[in-house]
Design a protein around this ligand. Structure first.
Ligand code: B12
Length: 256
């Protein structure tokens, strides 16, 4: 277990990612059966998230490498960049471990259900507290209104994104101890304020600032995220290399 953690840290942390271990059973305990991950409950997994520094440490160098290619895959370069990093981690673990990787945007083909609920994975791994309407005693919202939950990282507030999970299908970790996530907001007032900002004003990014953050997205990074996905290749100066420009298939247009 220590050697796995070390290998993953050495591969992913220098690129601006964080890794947080959890047991598949902790995740399955929380989500409805349709979202269960089909592995034994003591299977080791890691929740992966990107900190603000991922943009400079991994993404911009990735774009520089794209500029040297003659053809570029027509998908969001961020997704390609993260996929490459996770694949690098997978390779570093060979031949000792076979892992499955699930990225945040992956959906089951027929149902279009997300393969992994990353906020729940983030919470059970202790990475970031997942605030939902049931954390509030007396919410102002109509019972029928869907209020989306949002996770807050102890050091980055809302200035981060979940990128998925790495599942060690051959590794049982019965002894892993669960770490509760830091709970930076505790009063109904603060949690209601967060959920209001995330649900109704997410474009202004104020939900990300509900606690002081150690690091945030740079203006350059914010500009990238504010650019429509179809215009991002042009922003990066690589639009002439894209296979064919059509709209992205992902449910999300703008995961950041
Ligand atoms: C579909 C989706 C959307 C949809 C619907 C939103 C939704 N939450 O359903 C739309 C397109 C509207 C959307 C929008 C946005 N999204 Co969105 N979205 C997703 C996505 C892909 C899946 C969410 C989903 O379908 N959940 C299904 C429902 C049923 O899950 P749930 O409500 O969490 O319910 C489960 C838990 O409650 C759990 N549970 C039950 N009891 C308990 C108890 C405990 C203690 C715990 C921990 C769990 C738990 O069980 C339930 C399931 O059975 C996730 C990524 C992912 N793979 O998870 C990103 C994600 C939620 N989105 C994200 C963001 C940032 C956004 C946007 C700001 C857009 C953007 N710029 O990316 C907007 C903001 C929302 C808004 N105001 O519109 C981030 C949130 C990051 C964070 N800090 O939390 C995520 C996590 C993506 C990421 N890669 O980081 N999104």
């Amino acid at each position: 277990m220590e050697s796995i953690t070390e290998k993953l840290r050495n591969t992913l942390e220098p690129s601006g990612f964080e890794i947080h271990p959890f047991k598949v059973g902790w995740y399955n305990e929380k989500v409805k059966a349709v979202f269960h991950l089909s592995y034994p409950e003591d299977t080791l997994a890691f929740c992966i998230l990107s900190s603000p520094s991922m943009f400079d440490k991994a993404f911009l160098p990735f774009v520089e490498r794209l500029k040297c290619q003659s053809v570029i895959e027509n998908r969001d370069p961020i997704d390609s960049c993260v996929a490459e990093q996770l694949l690098r981690a997978k390779e570093a673990l060979k031949p000792d471990h076979e892992v499955d990787i699930i990225q945040d945007f992956e959906m089951h083909p027929v149902t279009r259900r997300p393969k992994l609920l990353v906020q729940t994975a983030g919470h059970v791994s202790g990475a970031a507290f997942y605030y939902k309407r049931d954390n509030v005693c007396n919410g102002p919202w109509d019972a029928k209104k869907k209020i989306y939950g949002v996770s807050i990282h102890p050091r980055y507030g809302g200035w981060f994104a979940f990128r998925g999970a790495i599942i060690f299908k051959d590794t049982i970790c019965s002894d892993l101890r669960q770490a509760a996530p830091d709970q930076p907001l505790t009063t109904d007032e603060d949690i209601i304020d967060l959920l209001e900002k995330f649900n109704f004003h997410w474009k202004d990014n104020t939900f990300r600032d509900v606690i002081p953050a150690q690091d945030k997205y740079s203006p350059e990074q914010i500009c990238y995220w504010n650019t429509a996905p179809s215009k991002r290749f042009a922003l990066l100066g690589i639009e002439d290399k894209v296979e064919s420009i059509s709209s992205f298939q992902d449910l999300h247009e703008n995961i950041f």
